[in-house]
Ligand binder design. Structure first.
Ligand SMILES: C[S@@+](CC[C@H](N)C(=O)[O-])C[C@H]1O[C@@H](n2cnc3c(N)ncnc32)[C@H](O)[C@@H]1O
Length: 296
């Protein structure tokens, strides 16, 4: 039988067909598996990663809030969210989206399992004199099933890392859902460098790419909209803080032996000047938004 044999041409092949939801589920699972072994997921170790990240996040929060205001205003103009409406910010982190939403009079529920992230958000809310969100220090998986919000948003979070997560977002949304994800891998320069230098492997960090939720939504009959956002990032990061963050990240993936952890510190020191690591790149993101399907 040849590839052009009518019998084979007309056979459905879910694995190769990008209009089939199964294609995207598989592709997303594969891309995500490259981020680590899901079976060995260790929440305590990941909490350390987020704790470390929360320190850097506090320093960069003002800058990110300023940039995100434009996207939040776009959401308001599109009618996704309005003053007085309720919004769930899944994996809110230190609040770069929650804060501009609060500024627009939205009643925000800020959900994140990391106490440190929520603490950073609490400080930022207080210092800005904003109304307090409803803080929920739980993973998204633990949210009460009958809670509903006018708008459910998940930005750059592993809480929505497969199609179950996307469905879960739909279940808590009365109005619209939104996902903000990366549109390429430039932000992982440092991580990719360490993969090469420390583990000796090339690595493409793809699990967080917006193509997967977009493709999965499209193939499952939703009508996702997308708006791309580009930010020119130039940052000087403290070597010690960066080393602690990267060591925690590799430890969470299972590389917590002394040799690997020491090599990470050494290779990062090679890239630093005066105790500072410079990074310069364009961060491309996609904001995907859609109305949940009626038969969710
Ligand atoms: C890269 S940060 C992004 C935070 C924020 N949304 C932003 O745009 O900066 C990822 C966040 O997802 C949170 N997170 C990880 N797993 C989660 C889960 N299962 N449920 C909810 N949040 C989760 C982490 O604690 C962390 O704060």
């Amino acid at each position: 039988m040849t590839a052009t044999d009518p019998e084979t041409v007309n056979q459905p092949n879910h694995a190769d067909d990008p209009t089939d939801i199964e294609f995207w589920k598989r592709a997303w699972r594969r891309a995500d598996a490259s981020l680590g072994d899901a079976a060995n997921f260790d929440l305590a170790k990941w909490r350390r990663v987020w704790k470390n990240l929360s320190r850097g996040d506090a320093d960069r929060l003002d800058e990110r809030v300023t940039r995100n205001r434009e996207l939040i205003d776009f959401m308001v103009r599109e009618g996704l969210v309005a003053e007085g409406a309720t919004a769930l910010d899944v994996g809110c982190g230190s609040g770069p989206f929650a804060i501009p939403l609060l500024e627009r009079g939205v009643r925000v529920t800020a959900l994140d399992p990391s106490e440190e992230m929520l603490e950073t958000l609490r400080d930022a809310v207080e210092s800005r004199g904003l109304p307090h969100p409803d803080y929920r220090a739980i993973p998204f998986e633990a949210i009460e099933p009958d809670n509903r919000y006018d708008f459910a948003l998940a930005a750059y979070t592993p809480a929505v890392k497969d199609f179950d997560g996307v469905f879960a977002l739909e279940r808590v949304a009365r109005g619209f859902c939104g996902i903000v994800s990366l549109a390429d891998n430039q932000i992982f320069q440092l991580r990719d460098y360490l993969y090469r230098e420390v583990l000796g492997v090339e690595r493409v960090s793809n699990g967080g790419n917006a193509l997967f939720p977009f493709g999965a939504l499209f193939a499952s009959g939703r009508s996702p909209n997308v708006r791309f956002v580009e930010e020119r990032i130039e940052r000087a990061r403290d070597l010690d803080e960066t080393t602690a963050t990267q060591q925690a990240y590799f430890a969470a993936l299972g590389y917590d032996d002394d040799r690997t952890q020491t090599l990470i510190a050494e290779r990062l020191a090679d890239r630093a000047a005066d105790g500072v690591i410079l990074e310069r790149f364009v961060k491309r993101s996609a904001f995907i938004y859609w109305r949940p399907s009626e038969d969710r």
